[in-house]
Every structure is written in structure tokens, then in C-alpha cells.
Design a protein around this ligand. Structure first.
Ligand code: PLP
Length: 382
């Protein structure tokens, strides 16, 4: 008898993870690989985080925590909003999650019904679209190109056609690295308030910018879900810890969902993460390295023939228009990896419509790797 496979599980892959697997297989065969595909810092967690983890290992039983997270961590996150943005956040609104990935799952479940329509920029982080699809929610993609700095705008929302239930924004964004300034975010949030659209603001690349100021949606509205993570600026990717600040009307639903879906976020990581907010020097040194890598690639990629690059205001990505070379970015990236050892992510991961003509470079790795990768690409293209 043929057993059923649920349609909602048949979502597209997260292609960057598949590229990473191919790159790792190549590395395991002894061939060299330059990891410009995956968006993760090459650094580990700051020293005081490791020290706090060691203390917790020997002094705590590491049982479950409360579903919404350790009270001390929730208070420390609330303080972070005061220190960083001057925003008053009640710790009861802070929900600690298993990476921001779990925050998306929880907030989408709490805020959207199957069949709801949720807008997001095309290109966007693939998890948004694919998690929405798995939940039976309809992603409404806004064609965001260079004219809107690859970001959603009120104009694009007006042209979306039909009513919307949600809007997901990310600033700095992945893959384009572009920032929504306070007035742009305010305009989007005002539009959402007028139309009864739930705003989800992904702020996980805050702290990693190169001049343009980021803004938090917390200062423009009390109705948004604001998502953040320890994975990027805080350099704790594999600790699988993130958080969100939730509006009052979603708080209880999110708590019940968190209890039932996850019981609690990882306990060891939570104890350790309390220390990370006092590691600004170490974390800002990482950002200085990203800034160097960015300069290096913005200078060298055009010499390798990649000269149509998105503005790269923040995060650690450069989104390159390679439409003159290919309309099959997956094949292009595969060839690049095989022929040069440089792993990059095909744009099709972020934009099903136009992504065949784009690729994304991540410069979160070591500067030496960026130099060597740029040189190999120059040689490959000449
Ligand atoms: C924009 C964006 N949001 C969310 C995530 C998920 O990160 P995590 O689950 O590690 O917090 C990523 C990961 O790359 C991302 O780029």
C-alpha cells in the first residue's frame, strides 16, 4: 500500500544548505573550498560566553527552562533595547527561541490563518516563504529590485493586488544587505497599521552595518513582531538561540505554542548568552573584519567581471546580478564550485522569479579566504 506524503511538507529546499553540503563533500575529498556560500561568522562565541557556558555546565542541572526563556536572559534582552535604541521593552514581551528560525514558526502560527496572504520582498531569506508555505499561508512576493534597494515599499504593497494579512521585512536584508531607514520603516509600519496588516520585522543583522543607520520597528509600533538572533552580530550560530519581542495580543498564543512545540529553548545556550551583551569590543572587531572583507570584494569582484552589485549597506552579503553570464544561477554556482573551489549561493534560493540571474557572496569568512577567492574568480573569468 502506498502511504501518503503530506503536500505541505513538500516545500522547496533551503538551497544554501545544499550548496554547503556539496562544498563539505568536496572538502572531505581533500579539495580546497572557499566558503562564500553560508551566512555564518567564521568566529566562535566571545570568550566570556564560553566561560559562562563552562560555569553553567558545572553548576546547573541544565533541565528545561520556562518556555519563554530564562527570566535573567529575557531581562538582559530588554535592557539591550534600552541601551541600544533607547526603547522601553517589558521583559514579559521577550520570547527566547531556538534560533530566530523558531521565532518565525511561532509568530507565523500565532498571527496567520491558512490561506492568509503575507507579503515579502523578492528576493528574501528563503525560510520566510518556505515556512509560510508549509503552514498553508500564501506568500505574496513583491518584485523588489534596485529601484527600491531590494526592499518592500508602500508603492509595491499598493500594487500587491488584493488584501494582505502580513508583511515581513528584513533590514539589513538577506541577500541584498540593504537597510530600511527610520522613515522608510515608519512608512511601511504606518501603512500596515492603516490596513490591519501584521508587521514582522526581522532585525537579525542589526549591529552589522557600514554607515547607514538601522531602525527597530519597536519604536514605530506596538503591534509588530520584532525578531532577532544570537547567530549573526553575536557570533553564536550553532548555539541555536534567538528571540522576539511580541505584541500583547499574540503573547499568550505564542507562549502556548512554544510550550507545546519546543518545551524550552536550549538551556546551556541561554545561560551563556547572558554574557554576550557585554562583549561589544570583541563583537565590533568581527564587524571591522566584515567591513574589510566587504571593501576587498567590492574592489575585486568587478575585476572578475561581477560589477552589478547591490548596495551592501549591512549584513555580510553581496548580491550580484550575473544576468549577462547566465539565467541558471544554480548551474553557474555548481560550475564555479567545481572549477574554482569558491562556493556561493544561487539567487534562485531567494527569488524564484528573477533569482536565476543573481548569485550571493557571503563575506563572513576569513579575509585570507576572500583574497584567494577573488583571485580565483578573476583567473576563472579571464
Ligand atoms: C534574514 C535571516 N533571518 C533569519 C535567519 C535564521 O537564523 P537563525 O535561525 O540562526 O537565527 C537567517 C539565517 O541566515 C537570515 O539570514
Amino acid at each position: 500500500m502506498v502511504l501518503k506524503v503530506a503536500q505541505r511538507g513538500l516545500i522547496p529546499p533551503f538551497i544554501v544548505m545544499e550548496v554547503m553540503r556539496a562544498a563539505n563533500e568536496r572538502q572531505a575529498k581533500g579539495e580546497d573550498v572557499f566558503h562564500l556560500e553560508v551566512g555564518q561568522p567564521e568566529t566562535g562565541a566571545p570568550g566570556p560566553v564560553i566561560a559562562a557556558a563552562k560555569v553553567a555546565l558545572s553548576s546547573d542541572t541544565l533541565g528545561y527552562t520556562e518556555a519563554l526563556g530564562l527570566p535573567a536572559l529575557r531581562r538582559r534582552i530588554a535592557e539591550h533595547y534600552k541601551d541600544r535604541y533607547g526603547a522601553d521593552v517589558d521583559p514579559s514581551r521577550v520570547v527566547v527561541t531556538t534560533g530566530s528560525s523558531a521565532a518565525f514558526m511561532l509568530s507565523f502560527l500565532a498571527a496567520f490563518e491558512p490561506g492568509d496572504r503575507v507579503a515579502l520582498a523578492n528576493p528574501s531569506y528563503p525560510g520566510y516563504r518556505n515556512i509560510l508555505l508549509a503552514l498553508g499561508v500564501t506568500p505574496v512576493t513583491l518584485p523588489a529590485g534596485p529601484d527600491s534597494r531590494f526592499q518592500p515599499s508602500v508603492e509595491l504593497l499598493r500594487r500587491a493586488g488584493g488584501p494582505l494579512d502580513g508583511l515581513i521585512v528584513a533590514s539589513p536584508s538577506n541577500p541584498a544587505g540593504t537597510v530600511l531607514g527610520a522613515s522608510e520603516l515608519g512608512a511601511l509600519s504606518g501603512y500596515c497599521a492603516d490596513k490591519g496588516i501584521r508587521l514582522i520585522s526581522d532585525e537579525i543583522y542589526h549591529g552589522i552595518t557600514y554607515g547607514r543607520q538601522t531602525a527597530t520597528a519597536l519604536l514605530t509600533t506596538d503591534d509588530a513582531v520584532v525578531v532577532n538572533s544570537f547567530s549573526k552580530y553575536f557570533s553564536m550560530t550553532g548555539w541555536r538561540l534567538g528571540w522576539m519581542v511580541v505584541p500583547a495580543d499574540l503573547a499568550r498564543a505564542i507562549e502556548c505554542l512554544a510550550q507545546n512545540l519546543f518545551i524550552s529553548p536550549p538551556t546551556l545556550s541561554q545561560h551563556a548568552a547572558i554574557a554576550v551583551f557585554d562583549c561589544r569590543d570583541e563583537l565590533d572587531a568581527n564587524v571591522a573584519r566584515y567591513a574589510n572583507n566587504r571593501e576587498l570584494l567590492l574592489d575585486r569582484l568587478p575585476q572578475a567581471g561581477f560589477d552589478r552589485l547591490a548596495p551592501a549597506d549591512g549584513a555580510f552579503y553581496i548580491y550580484a546580478d550575473v544576468g549577462e553570464l547566465t539565467d541558471d544561477s544554480e548551474d553557474f554556482c555548481r560550475r564555479m564550485l567545481t572549477e574554482t573551489g569558491v562556493a556561493t549561493t544561487p539567487g534562485i534560493d531567494f527569488d524564484e522569479e528573477r533569482g536565476g540571474r543573481f548569485i550571493r557572496f557571503s563575506y563572513a569568512g576569513a579575509t585570507g579566504d576572500m583574497e584567494e577567492a577573488a583571485e580565483r574568480l578573476r583567473a576563472w573569468r579571464h
